[in-house]
Design a protein around this ligand. Structure first.
Ligand SMILES: Cc1cc2nc3c(=O)[nH]c(=O)nc-3n(C[C@H](O)[C@H](O)[C@H](O)COP(=O)(O)OP(=O)(O)OC[C@H]3O[C@@H](n4cnc5c(N)ncnc54)[C@H](O)[C@@H]3O)c2cc1C
Length: 410
């Protein structure tokens, strides 16, 4: 029997799509190749954007997650410039760590994704299928045959492709080719016993002098663990012939800023790598009978490497467009194109600004200068804090006048 909607991929993007459809009383089948709990290589930082969007779908989700033992709340981010000066940016300008719910969380994806999957599985309008790897999407007239390994075929009028960074369908069906200038590679490790991490579970982004334009992160986890990793744009990796795993271990072992903190720490897991398809260029993300979401649509923030929030936002938008398509019984590219418009209306500006910020890392002296001045000047520090919450403020980073004032102002 042909169904209306099948969602391929049970990560945060796929689950958000299925839950939004269910909220509008639209049933779907959610297909996932792994069985939960499963690992996903990630920094494990769950930003305020994730919290806010899930709250819009159903406030009970993050309420329940707040009481979940496998997470820690996070209150801000610390940017450590190449000259080792830190700029601490709270996620909220005024907060009381004792009473407020945290604006962000850090939780291993094994736990977070399992938690989300259970929410989808418990919903009567969502039919979940684990261990169902989709290998072929075949177009038959106006519907799709969804063929999996050793599984019965499914048939649907609309497929929502949410199967992540290694999605072959985003290339074969969506026509998205990998472009190293808009792609990043990352390595993740888990450690126990790292010393001197930032207060209030601030996440740490280090821009290490001899590892630019890459970045290194240290994110605290429950039970005294930490997620530690590095990322760099793929074109620079090729050009500079960087071995990310070796670089990560070298920095932690030899760099004066890290070696004492890691001297007695233990590595809990082998280093693992994965790709980050960046949203620094706009691409077509829908077609006849399909929409691409999350990493399959290349929507990761090019400065912070954050992708869970954009996967959830695009999943929510895709479900809303699917509901309209169902009402009109129109699944043509023409009808689904409003998905592209809405995703880029919501995220396009922010992605472009983050692309600018990514380029700032190529000018370490300017980066040092911004952090030095911000540490001496409370107003500038507040301005930068606001920039992370307010797009219009962030727009100022594009204006030469901002840097002029910084260089020659008080
Ligand atoms: C090293 C690294 C660090 C990162 N750090 C952060 C961070 O700290 N914070 C943040 O917000 N983002 C981070 N990201 C990005 C983030 O991991 C992704 O943007 C996010 O997981 C995208 O969600 P998604 O639902 O689109 O895809 P995924 O989470 O990848 O989910 C896709 C799902 O599809 C399934 N699947 C794949 N193929 C098939 C198939 N053929 N059939 C059926 N199912 C299939 C997979 O098993 C998976 O469960 C990081 C990424 C990397 C690589």
């Amino acid at each position: 029997m042909t169904q209306d909607v099948v969602v391929i991929g049970g990560g945060p993007g796929g689950v958000a799509t299925a839950l939004t459809l269910a909220k509008a009383n639209v049933p779907c089948t959610l297909v996932e190749k792994a069985s939960f709990p499963r690992d996903k290589i990630c920094g494990d930082a769950i930003s305020g954007k994730v919290v806010a969007t899930l709250n819009r779908i159903d406030p009970a989700i993050m309420d329940e997650f707040g009481g979940f033992p496998a997470q820690v709340g996070s209150w801000g981010v610390s940017f450590i410039a190449p000259n080792r000066k830190a700029l601490r940016v709270p996620f909220q300008r005024e907060y009381d760590a004792a009473t407020d719910t945290p604006p962000g969380f850090i939780s291993k994806r094994t736990d977070f994704d399992h938690f989300l999957w259970q929410r989808a599985k418990a919903h009567p309008l969502i039919a979940t299928r684990e261990e169902h790897e989709v290998t072929h999407l075949l177009r038959h007239g106006e519907h799709w045959i969804i063929r999996g390994k050793e599984q019965p075929d499914l048939s649907a009028r609309l497929v929502i492709i949410a199967n992540g960074a290694q999605s072959t369908f985003s290339r074969t069906i969506g026509g998205l080719e990998k472009d190293n200038r808009h792609y990043c590679a990352g390595i993740r490790t888990y450690w126990s016993g790292v010393k001197d991490m930032e207060a209030d579970n601030f996440i740490e982004l280090h821009f290490v002098k001899d590892f630019l334009p890459g970045y290194l992160w240290i994110f605290p986890l429950p039970n005294g663990q930490a997620n530690v990793g590095v990322g760099m744009r793929s074109d620079y990796i090729s050009k500079k012939k960087v071995n990310l795993k070796q670089e990560l271990m070298r920095i932690l072992r030899e760099d004066a800023a890290f070696k004492d903190c890691f001297a007695n720490a233990t590595l809990d897991d082998d280093p693992k790598g994965f790709g980050l398809p960046l949203g620094s260029t706009q691409r077509p993300i829908s077609g006849d009978g399909f929409m691409l979401i999350g990493d399959a649509a290349s929507l990761i923030d090019p400065f912070t490497g954050e992708g869970i929030g954009n996967a959830i936002i695009s999943g929510k938008v895709a479900a809303e467009v699917a509901v309209k398509a169902l009402e009109k019984q129109n699944f043509t590219h023409n009808a689904l194109q409003m998905y592209d418009k809405e995703v880029y209306r919501k995220l396009g500006r922010e992605l472009q600004l983050s692309y600018r910020l990514q380029q700032l890392v190529n000018y370490p002296w300017l980066f040092n200068l911004v952090v030095n001045k911000a540490n001496r000047n409370e107003t500038l520090q507040e301005t930068i804090s606001c920039m992370f919450e307010d797009l219009d403020m962030r727009q100022r980073l594009k204006q030469p006048g901002f840097y002029w004032k910084l260089l020659f102002g008080g």
